[in-house]
Design a binder for this molecule. Sequence first.
Ligand SMILES: Nc1nc2c(ncn2[C@@H]2O[C@H](COP(=O)(O)OP(=O)(O)OP(=O)(O)O)[C@@H](O)[C@H]2O)c(=O)[nH]1
Ligand SMILES: [Mg+2]
Length: 446
Amino acid sequence: MDTTDTIAAVSSGSGGAISILRISGSKALNISSNIWQSRQRLSPEKARTMILGKINGGEPALAVYMPGPASYTGEDIVEIHSHGGNICARRALNLAIEAGARQAEPGEFTYRAFLNGKMDLTQAEAVADMINARNNSALKLSEKQISGLLKNKLSKSREALSLALSEIESRMDFPEEDLDWKSPEELSSILSDTQRDLEKLLATKLEGQVIREGVRVVIAGRPNAGKSSLLNLILGTERAIVTALPGTTRDTIEEGASIRNIPVRLTDTAGIREADNIIESMGIERSKDSIQSAEIIFWLLDASVENLSEEIEEMKTHCPLEANAIAVWNKADISKTNLPDTEMRTVKISAKTGEGLDCLFDEFEKAVWHNTEKHESELAVSSRHAALLEEALECLPEAIQHISQEDWEIAAVPVRAAINAIGRITGETADPDVLDQIFSRFCIGK
Ligand SMILES: Nc1nc2c(ncn2[C@@H]2O[C@H](COP(=O)(O)OP(=O)(O)OP(=O)(O)O)[C@@H](O)[C@H]2O)c(=O)[nH]1
Ligand SMILES: [Mg+2]
């Protein structure tokens, strides 16, 4: 990808009243003068000031010039805000391309910001997180990460390790000389402090995953247990058909929702039984697949039936033992008897009246956080960060051991590897394929 030409893209989403064309690169000012006119010209004297003009004699549009390097990308940027919807911005984009700009790839503005040292990789990733944020927790996390919180913590660790490495290398290079070296104990303690800092970051892995990627919840159970009723209750709409006939839901139904500020993919499934026709049995196969891939299962038990222990037996047959499952006795409003023990996390609800839903959500939260405290960290690492943190952390005990034995050459190897792993998180040593993968997640125009 050329990183020196001038790029342009519509940066606003569709459907708004104002649409924004963004142009970045050394020819931004020149290109904008070909497509937008006003009595006042865009110039360094008028930097960061909105000026009213028109797109080539047509629609009114405000334009602003943000000279590099103090701009988002670090390059000259011109933004044209047209008051005519996306068609206007598209027309302006075509004019910009005719005038010499290239259509930007997804995430290319942010990629340039990264290349020009305006942000590190964790900050660039947080820009994508902010765009994709589905709730306030995700938004807050992305803001903290954009501000450089993770970057600074990692830089501190990287600096500490680099200091240790230079000491180790100096011992290797001048073994005979008695320089003012740190003792092996001092070096080990630098490394173990760093190890502790990185472990703290790694401990936020689950939170990062839950908030960024959400949780896959599957509602399963026997026919007529009230699965679709529960889906509708959680969504607050009549999304799935509910009837008194067992076997109403034939296919899986998937919807996005938020429970206690946690994004979830909710899947309603066909009730599991011996099917008497091909359509239903295909649906039941899908139910079983969904159960296998679920992170959390709400297994619905019908509390109004005669044989309650059969409900539990059926659950134990189909719900994997190791699954993170909640047994949900439904139809509490019409159940007369005491409910038998399921020997697992259990709640009692009525999908009809809404009774017990809060208890189900309490249990859901406990299941999400694996019974640990509710998480509300300032920052939470992504799966990519976590994998590299693990890689760095594997190296440190080995380094500490070799330092204590004063095996300097051998000790240097894991310290270098740990520095490299941290560098791949922040992008200092990331390889181009990884960068491509990260920036391709962005939308066009960011
Ligand atoms: N009284 C009462 N009836 C309920 C409750 N939940 C569901 N029902 C009724 O039970 C019947 C079946 O409900 P559904 O939500 O369709 O059950 P399902 O588990 O999705 O059934 P299948 O799709 O056939 O597997 C309907 O008549 C619902 O109105 C409840 O909490 N209380
Ligand atoms: Mg159903």
